[in-house]
Design a protein around this ligand. Structure first.
Ligand code: PHE
Length: 335
C-alpha cells in the first residue's frame, strides 16, 4: 500500500509536468484527486489495514494528498496568473480614482478671454517666441538707441535675435499678413531677463489685442476692455485709467484694477498699493500702421497687452507668480 501511494504520487507528478493548458490540468486533477479519483480508492482500502499499519499509512496518505493539492494549486495559478486564490472581491469597496490632467490657471483664463473675444468677432492668432529685433522693437517705433528698450530686459540671442519680450511682436507681423480691417488677439509666452520675486518671473504669459479699421477710436477701446473684464471676473471690477507711455501707441494708457487678492488693502501682489497694473493699452501709433503697410490717414486702431499670468493671479488669488510655472502638482490640482 505504501508503494502504491508513492507510485501514484510519482505518476501524478510526471503527468503534471507535461500538462499544457488549464483544461487538461482540471481533467488530471479530477482523475486522481477527485471524489472517485484513484487516491480516494486507495484511501478507502485503509479500513482493511491492521491496527498496527493504519496510523502510519494513514498519515502518509494524508501527507501525499496535501502535497498534491498544493502542487495542483500552484499549477492552476501558473495558468491563471490573474486569479488570486485567496481573493475576496468586495463590490462595495470604492474604486481607485483615475488621475486626470489639469489646466494651468493662466490657460484657464486664456480660454475664457478667447471666448469673450471670439464673441466680439476677434480671431485668435499664434506667432514666434524666438523673434528678430525688428518685430519686437524697431517696427514698433523703438529704434536701436531708444530708452524704452531698457524697460524690457531682454534675453538676446545670436545675431539680432531675441526671446520676445512681449506679444506686441505680432502687431506688425499680423498687419503685414492680413492687412485691414483686422481684429485679433495673440495669447502667448514672453520672456524678460529679470530677477524673480512674488510678482516677477522670467517667463510669463500675455494676451495681445489689436483692432484696426476705419474710424476706430478710444471709445471702442474702452468698451472692448470693459466687456472683457466683466466676462473674466463675472462681476464689475474697479478700474482706473492712467496716462502711460509705450512708443507704439499714442495716446497710451495704463488700465489698473483694484487688487482682488487683498481687496485694495495692500499686499505683496499689488506692492502694498491696492491697485494692480493689468493692461497697458492705447491707439496704434501711425508709424506702426505704416510698418504694417497701412495708410494712417485712412486707418486707425487700438492695441492692448494684457498680463495673462497676472490676470490668473487676480482671479484665483494666487499670491506668488512663481507657483504658476513651478510644475508643483499640489498647486495645480487646486484648479
Ligand atoms: N507690449 C507692452 C508690454 O509688454 C504692452 C502693450 C501692448 C502696451 C499693447 C500697449 C499696447 O509692456
Amino acid at each position: 500500500m505504501e508503494v502504491k501511494l508513492q507510485n501514484l504520487k510519482n505518476t501524478i507528478l510526471k503527468e503534471l509536468a507535461e500538462i499544457k493548458d488549464s483544461q487538461l490540468l482540471a481533467d488530471l486533477k479530477n482523475k486522481y484527486l477527485g471524489r472517485k479519483g484513484e487516491l480516494n480508492e486507495i484511501l478507502k482500502a485503509l479500513k482493511d489495514l491492521s491496527d498496527l499499519e493504519k496510523p502510519r499509512i494513514g498519515k502518509l496518505a494524508n501527507e501525499i494528498k496535501q502535497e498534491l493539492a498544493e502542487v495542483f494549486a500552484q499549477a492552476e495559478s501558473a495558468f491563471n496568473p490573474n486569479k488570486q486564490t485567496n481573493f475576496n472581491f468586495d463590490a462595495s469597496l470604492p474604486g481607485t480614482k483615475k488621475e486626470i490632467g489639469h489646466l494651468n490657471p493662466s490657460t484657464i483664463v486664456q480660454y475664457e478671454i478667447e471666448e469673450a473675444f471670439l464673441a466680439m468677432g476677434f480671431a485668435v492668432y499664434d506667432g514666434p517666441q524666438l523673434e528678430s529685433d525688428y518685430y519686437n522693437f524697431t517696427a514698433l517705433n523703438i529704434p536701436a538707441d531708444h530708452p524704452a528698450r531698457d524697460t524690457q530686459d531682454t534675453f538676446w540671442l545670436e545675431g539680432d535675435n531675441l526671446l520676445r519680450t512681449h506679444t506686441s511682436n505680432l502687431q506688425v507681423r499680423m498687419l503685414e499678413k492680413y492687412g485691414a480691417p483686422f481684429r485679433g488677439i495673440f495669447p502667448g509666452r514672453v520672456f524678460r531677463y529679470e530677477s524673480t520675486d512674488a510678482s516677477h518671473d522670467h517667463t510669463f504669459y500675455q494676451l495681445e489685442g489689436l483692432m484696426v479699421d476705419k474710424n476706430i477710436n478710444i471709445g471702442n477701446l474702452i468698451a472692448t476692455m470693459r466687456t472683457l473684464l466683466s466676462s473674466v471676473f463675472k462681476r464689475e471690477v474697479d478700474v482706473r485709467l492712467r496716462p502711460g507711455f509705450f512708443p507704439f501707441v499714442e495716446p497710451a494708457f495704463e488700465m489698473d484694477i483694484k487688487c482682488l487678492v487683498c481687496g485694495g488693502q495692500g499686499c505683496s501682489v499689488c506692492k502694498q498699493s491696492g491697485w494692480v497694473e493689468l493692461m497697458p493699452c492705447g491707439m496704434v501709433h501711425p508709424k506702426v500702421l505704416e510698418a504694417g503697410g497701412l495708410d494712417p490717414k485712412v486707418y486707425s486702431g487700438f492695441a492692448f497687452g494684457l498680463g495673462l499670468t497676472r490676470m490668473a493671479m487676480m482671479k484665483y488669488r494666487i499670491d506668488d507668480i512663481r507657483l504658476l510655472q513651478s510644475g508643483d502638482l499640489r498647486f495645480l490640482k487646486q484648479f
